[in-house]
Design a protein around this ligand. Sequence first.
Ligand SMILES: [Zn+2]
Length: 92
Amino acid sequence: MSRLPQAAWWTVRRAQNRKPASYRCPICGGHLPSFSEHLLIAPEGDLARRRHAHTQCVLKARQRGELLLEDESAHGQPKPPKLWQRLLARLR
Ligand SMILES: [Zn+2]
């Protein structure tokens, strides 16, 4: 279902479109409107291969156990960074 490339872990950061470019979310294949708040995901920290993805799609992928963060794959103990807590709190 997910169209994400295989990666052991991902770098995730907040993104804000600063130019009127449109993107396609790699998780749902849907359109990302210009100037919408969304997330940038990069496989194994490779920013050259970063993709723009819907915040909701990233959160859903994480709920499915996809999109491990570097912390989670490097150490056995998943510890959600503050970013996730903030995002999840905002969506409730
Ligand atoms: Zn999406």
